[in-house]
Design a protein around this ligand. Structure first.
Ligand SMILES: CC(C)(COP(=O)(O)OP(=O)(O)OC[C@H]1O[C@@H](n2cnc3c(N)ncnc32)[C@H](O)[C@@H]1OP(=O)(O)O)[C@@H](O)C(=O)NCCC(=O)NCCS
Length: 237
């Protein structure tokens, strides 16, 4: 018989995730190997990890706060998957350097942040992004969207178009974060094109070059609260 907590099966070391500070996100996609959540930066744990602090010690206070909140959120998600605690350092190119047993992605806006963590056994790469609705003004559309995407946005009612432009922008950011660990390459906003599949899912395709594995997964969309939308891409093995 087990005599102490160290003897308990790993399953019982998992912590309940969704409490006051960490709220569910894309919960229909969660599994024993995939954890997601979002929270208000002010309500998340902002105690710095000593190693992670080295990557942010010279930044402005608000940036330090979002960086630490995002990492503590990712740590809580990893713990809920029974993954051991490990610092999440920042690479020279500013991307997060996930420990070999997991992949993940982080995002923050001024007041909220979100994260996804999965095990590398099941997942090749992931990307998540949060955006504030209305931030993607129409004057930015020619830079951010292809002619076909703009045609679609221009047919929508102005209010709907503003939300949809935010969703499309977020989806491209999620895609970028998902492909980067696999390619270490820059992708421009005109290099990919989005299309709606339904109210929860977008599809992405390259506008030049061949379709690669990271163009295949659906991009999931969700409203986080009244001001924010989130997007998520999961590239399973
Ligand atoms: C890196 C980038 C994607 C970050 O997105 P953002 O909306 O500005 O900011 P977010 O808060 O959502 O995300 C920031 C987090 O992304 C992660 N990140 C940074 N660079 C990354 C990269 N190359 N790959 C994956 N994740 C990265 C980091 O975890 C960062 O948070 P942290 O510094 O606290 O660790 C964006 O600034 C960028 O450079 N984009 C490149 C061009 C592009 O988006 N093309 C889209 C066409 S497909």
């Amino acid at each position: 018989m087990p005599t102490g907590s160290a003897d308990l099966p790993r399953l019982f070391s998992q912590e309940p995730l969704h409490h006051m500070s960490i709220q569910p996100l894309f919960s229909y996609l969660e599994s024993s190997t995939l954890a997601l959540g979002w929270g208000h930066i002010d309500k998340l744990d902002t105690t710095p990890d000593p190693e992670e602090w080295l990557d942010i010690e010279h930044a402005a206070a608000a940036r330090q706060k979002e960086f630490i909140a995002g990492r503590n959120l990712a740590r809580a998600l990893a713990r809920s998957l029974a993954l051991p605690d490990a610092p999440l350092r920042r690479a020279d190119d500013r991307s997060p350097r996930w420990p070999a047993d997991r992949c993940g992605s982080l995002t923050h806006c001024a007041t909220v942040c979100a994260a996804v963590v999965s095990t590398t056994k099941e997942m090749q790469s992931v990307g998540i992004d949060l955006e504030t609705i209305g931030r993607v003004e129409a004057k930015l559309w020619p830079t951010l969207f292809t002619a076909r995407e703009r045609d679609y946005l221009e047919q929508l009612e102005p209010e709907k178009a503003s939300v949809e432009a935010t969703v499309f922008f977020s989806a491209k950011e999620s895609f970028y974060k998902c492909q980067y660990p696999l390619t270490q390459s820059w992708v421009g906003f005109q290099d990919v094109e989005l299309e709606r599949s339904d109210d929860k899912v977008l599809r992405i395709s390259p506008t030049n070059g061949d379709k690669r594995p990271w163009h295949a997964p659906p991009i999931h969309i969700a409203a986080v609260d009244e001001q924010h939308v989130a997007s998520l891409i999961l590239l399973y093995r």
